[in-house]
Design a protein around this ligand. Structure first.
Ligand SMILES: [Fe+2]
Ligand SMILES: [Fe+2]
Length: 152
C-alpha cells in the first residue's frame, strides 16, 4: 500500500527527530561525567539508530527520497566531560534534557500512529512509540536514583 501524504510527512518528521536524538545522545555520552550515564546515552543512541533505519526503510520501500541533512555528522571521540564546567553543563541537565526529548518524541509517534492507514506501518510505529516510552522510563529512573527527579 503506498504511503498517504500524511503518513509520509509524519514519518519524515519522526526520522528527523531520530537523527537529532542520535546526535544528541552520542554527544551527551561524550560530555557526561558519570560512567553509567555515559553508557545509558550510548545505548539510547544505538536504539535510535534502529528506529531511524526502520523509518528510512518505510520511506525507501515507497520510493521516497530519504535525504536528511542531520543524518551524517562527525561523531564525538573520547571523553569530553572536562567541557562541563566551562559550559555550565551537569549530568542532571543532560538527563533532564534527554527525558524532555523523549516525552516530545513519544507524543510525535502517537500522532503518527493515529494517522496511519497502513496496518503494518501503524504496528511498526506503535512498537517504536513503546520503546520511546521505555527510553523515558530509563532516563527517569537514572534521575530518580540520584535524587534529581522527585515527583510528589
Ligand atoms: Fe527513537
Ligand atoms: Fe528514544
Amino acid at each position: 500500500m503506498p504511503l498517504t501524504n500524511k503518513e509520509k510527512t509524519l514519518i519524515e518528521d519522526n526520522l528527523n527527530a531520530e537523527y537529532l536524538c542520535i546526535r544528541k545522545y552520542e554527544q551527551y555520552s561524550a560530555m557526561a561525567s558519570d560512567q553509567k550515564i555515559k553508557q545509558v546515552f550510548t545505548d539510547l543512541a544505538s536504539k535510535e539508530h534502529q528506529h531511524a533505519q526502520t523509518l528510512k526503510n518505510m520511506l525507501s520501500s515507497n520510493g521516497e527520497n530519504t535525504y536528511n541533512m542531520f543524518e551524517s555528522y562527525v561523531k564525538p571521540q573520547g571523553d569530553l566531560s572536562n567541557m562541563q564546567p566551562n559550559l555550565g553543563i551537569t549530568d542532571a541537565q543532560l538527563l533532564n534534557d534527554a527525558l524532555s526529548t523523549e516525552k516530545h518524541v513519544s507524543g510525535s509517534y502517537n500522532t503518527a500512529v493515529l494517522e496511519s492507514v497502513d496496518p503494518q506501518i501503524r504496528k511498526q510505529l506503535q512498537h517504536i512509540q513503546q520503546e520511546e516510552q521505555g527510553h523515558a522510563e530509563t532516563l527517569f529512573k537514572e534521575m530518580q536514583s540520584r535524587g534529581w527527579y522527585n515527583p510528589s
